[in-house]
Design a protein around this ligand. Structure first.
Ligand code: PBG
Length: 338
């Protein structure tokens, strides 16, 4: 060993704790496990699987496949599944009437998954966009998404999902007062054990693009009624952070059990702020556009797919998230050696 003059030695050598795998594992501050994952899954009304072009590796699953996937989730140690419906365009209307259908694809998928694997939690989106011709999350009157009339429809949708056996209602619509209305309705109906995970800080983001293809969502600004070409009057401005804390505080006061920040990686600062400000389980949604970006780069050979998947999911844990909703869930769980 060469010796440097005494004054040149670093006072502290942080590299000492990085020199071997065993010590890196020993001092690791956060750990990602399959128990941190909620599997984001798309169900469709037909048979077989239909690949989603903008999300390589992701397909719309039949109800039967969803039931099989629920068993797989159990085997992989994934605690919960979030299910999103693809609806045939011909069945949609401006009010999203089909969102309330107790025999619809959401209800059937929930029942099939709970029958196949009762130990796996099932979460449903409460929002109208998969069911509306115009693709907005609510009801439109006079060219605007109206708050209170939308809430009535959302409550009916949420109750239908809860009666079908859904464990967690996840209102993703961003109407004011939806959590309180849902909570009151659940209590009144004797469904007090149903949990609410609110999309509390949900931003009007460009990163939801591939999801629109996945669920076959109507093109905003069209669909037979005059309507806005974006969701900026209800989803949050990406420039804001203090407002996110106000949204979370409101949803907690209204009876949300857990909250979510969405999208994920570009909003890790919001995850951290929410975790530091409130003592309740805070989740992040690694959305369709994040999935697509990572896969596109990996398919070009520009980054190591497996490492990038686990690093991105681990980043949410470091930011303080209780868990992550992700399309990578089964793949990640397999890599984590469940
Ligand atoms: C619907 C909803 C969206 C997503 C989840 N629920 C789209 C939107 O709000 O426009 C996005 C999911 C994803 O991009 O993976 N309210």
């Amino acid at each position: 060993m060469t010796k440097a003059p005494l004054a040149a030695y670093p006072a502290l050598r942080l590299r000492r704790l990085r020199q071997a795998d065993w010590v890196r594992r020993l001092v690791r501050e956060t750990v990602l496990t399959p128990a941190d994952l909620i599997w984001s899954m798309v169900v469709h009304e037909g048979e077989g699987t239909i690949p989603v072009a903008s999300m390589p590796g992701i397909s719309r699953l039949s109800v039967k496949d969803c039931a099989a996937a629920a068993k797989e989730a159990k085997a992989l140690g994934i605690p919960a599944i979030a299910v999103f419906p693809h609806i045939d365009g011909a069945k949609k209307d401006a009010a999203g009437t089909l969102a309330l259908d107790p025999d619809g694809v959401v209800a059937r998928a929930v029942k099939a998954m709970k029958d196949a694997a009762p130990e796996v939690g099932i979460m449903c989106d409460v929002a109208l966009d998969p069911f509306t011709t115009h693709g907005h999350d609510g009801i439109i009157e006079g060219g605007k998404v109206v708050n209170d009339a939308t809430i009535e429809q959302l409550v009916a949708q949420g109750l239908m999902q809860a009666r079908a056996g859904c464990d967690i209602l996840a209102p993703s619509d961003m109407m004011d007062g939806r959590c309180g209305a849902l909570r009151r309705a659940l209590e009144a109906e004797g469904l007090q054990d149903v949990m609410i995970m609110s999309y509390a800080a949900k931003y009007a983001s460009a990163f939801y693009g591939p999801y629109r293809e996945a669920i076959g969502s109507g093109k905003l600004g069209t669909g037979g009624v005059e309507n806005p070409a974006d969701k900026k009057t209800y989803q949050m401005d990406p420039a804001n952070h203090a407002e996110a804390l106000r949204e979370v505080a409101l949803d907690i006061a209204e009876g949300a059990d857990m909250v979510m920040v969405k999208p994920g990686l570009p909003y890790l600062d919001i995850v951290r702020q929410v975790v530091d400000a409130f003592s309740l389980p805070t989740f992040a949604f690694q959305v369709s556009g994040e999935y697509a970006m990572l896969m596109a780069a990996a398919q070009n050979g520009w980054l190591d797919e497996d490492r990038a998947i686990l690093e991105s999911l681990g980043a949410f844990k470091r930011a303080g998230a209780a868990g992550i909703i992700s399309y990578f869930a089964p793949r990640a769980a397999r890599m984590l050696g469940a």
